[in-house]
Design a protein around this ligand. Structure first.
Ligand code: UDP
Length: 425
């Protein structure tokens, strides 16, 4: 139950702007999560302020999403895109700006929910200066990620230490899947309090378009066999495995086989470099004629792509949750995914899709072929996926579970602290 007064709470996501265009420049699941959780919490009565950094001088300092939900962009280093691995040194400025903002507004937040390790540090530092309840969602764990990549960044040790301190000291850590919780316990620390609350998706946005309507809309032939990837261009996403799987497919050579690789990128930046690498592999394997790169898929077209596809492939090397899998399932499209992380939780093998070992292009090819060659089974898997999402993954239920925890933690604190962050109902 929410207290009778409305509370102002802060979601902090320094590197993932909830008001950003999704699908490029490192903007992906974390941005979607913060925005959707913020909106759903606001619907449940909280006054939600979502803090991020300003990465362009053209950006508005404040974006009002709903009357009680806004994004606030703080000056943090130069007003330009800075990759996550290079942001840490600017965080003291973010903290100073956050404190200045509180001072100008004449109140202090008593609860913050931080996202990604950078913001966890911000929260832990703020706690030194004001009474504060902190919850944290990791979105990615260095301890797992660094096992799946070869180019370990210079910031790695600092990140690992901060992730451990966070788990051990904040008031609650939110794991988005039982697999992520298990990773935290095994690889980060046995101390600290974890609550598992899976991510959600928009069941109205995804799932209301028929496959044939979507194809007509996108100019895709009704008899095409569509294999879809949606996501950022990042090596850990395993797009190379998918391309090699298509080269191994028994349907290769059939004119109606199409691979769509959707996602934005900026030439010269890390996503642009990965996109070029993937395009080169496509060419090397002689798949140019059957591969389409539509670029960033915005909200106006994304539901059509999911609905048009026969199968959506999530070939990640590591995935704490993986929103794309549940978006496809909500759209009645079966998922072939790597047998890793949260994908083991969302995708039910042989029921809503198939799981295969990551990086195994032959296994991916076989799984994709099984679905492409059996449309009746495809529809059955798609229907079961939709049902699973309706039951288990809505943003409203995520916000209800968070509301329970926030309220419990707020009620445990001294009333004098709470009253500072109350605003009139
Ligand atoms: N996305 C999008 N357009 C694109 C590519 C990705 O809207 O062109 C969205 C996608 O729908 C999903 C998010 O970006 O909501 C990716 O989240 P996911 O958890 O799958 O991966 P992450 O980005 O967190 O690694």
């Amino acid at each position: 139950m929410l207290p009778t007064k409305k509370y102002r709470i802060a979601l902090i996501s320094v590197d993932g702007d909830p008001a950003a265009e999704i699908g490029k420049e490192e903007a992906g699941g974390q941005n979607v999560y913060v925005r959707q959780v913020g909106l759903a919490l606001a619907q449940q009565g909280w006054q939600v302020d979502m803090f991020t950094r300003r990465n362009s001088s053209e950006q508005a300092a404040i974006v009002q999403h709903e009357p009680n939900c806004r994004t606030i962009r703080l000056k943090t280093g130069p007003a330009e895109f800075i990759g996550r691995d290079h942001l840490f040194k600017y965080l003291p400025e973010f903290i100073a700006e956050f404190q200045k903002f509180q001072q100008n507004q004449g109140f202090q937040y008593s609860l913050i929910h931080s996202n990604y390790w950078l913001s966890s540090w911000v929260g832990m530092e703020l706690k030194k200066y004001q009474p504060l309840i902190q919850l944290h969602t990791y979105h990615s764990l260095g301890a797992v990620k660094y096992n799946t990549i070869s180019d370990i960044p210079a910031i790695a040790n600092q990140r690992l230490a901060i992730e451990k301190a966070c788990l051990e000291t904040v008031d609650r850590v939110i794991a988005t899947s039982p697999q992520e919780q298990e990773h935290m316990r095994r690889l980060v620390s046995t101390q600290g309090q974890i609550e598992v609350i899976p991510c959600g998706t928009d069941v109205d946005k995804f799932g209301s378009i028929q496959r044939s309507t979507a194809r007509q809309n996108l100019g895709i032939a009704l008899d095409a066999k569509i294999v879809l990837y949606v996501g950022r261009f990042d090596r850990r996403k395993g797009i190379e495995t998918l391309v090699r799987a298509i080269a191994n497919s028994s349907l290769r050579g059939q004119a109606n086989l199409k691979l769509i690789i959707g996602g934005g990128y900026r030439p010269g930046y890390s996503d642009g470099i990965e996109r070029d690498r993937i395009a080169n592999i496509v060419t090397e394997l002689g798949l140019e004629n059957c591969t389409i790169f539509p670029g960033r898929l915005d909200d106006s077209v994304l539901p059509f792509y999911y609905a048009a596809a026969d199968v959506c492939v999530v070939p990640s090397h590591y995935e704490p949750f993986g929103l794309v899998a549940i978006e496809a399932m909500a759209s009645r499209t079966p998922v072939v995914a790597s047998d890793v992380g949260g994908l083991k939780f969302t995708v039910v093998p042989e029921v809503t899709g198939l799981l295969v070992p990551s990086k195994d292009e032959v296994a991916f090819a076989a799984a994709i072929d099984r679905i492409l060659t059996n449309p009746a089974w495809r529809d059955q898997l798609g229907e079961a996926g939709r049902q699973r999402v309706e039951i288990a993954f809505s943003w409203q239920s995520v916000a209800s579970r968070l509301t329970q925890i926030y309220t419990h933690l707020l009620n445990q604190t001294m009333p004098s602290i709470q009253s500072k962050s109350q605003v009139a109902a």
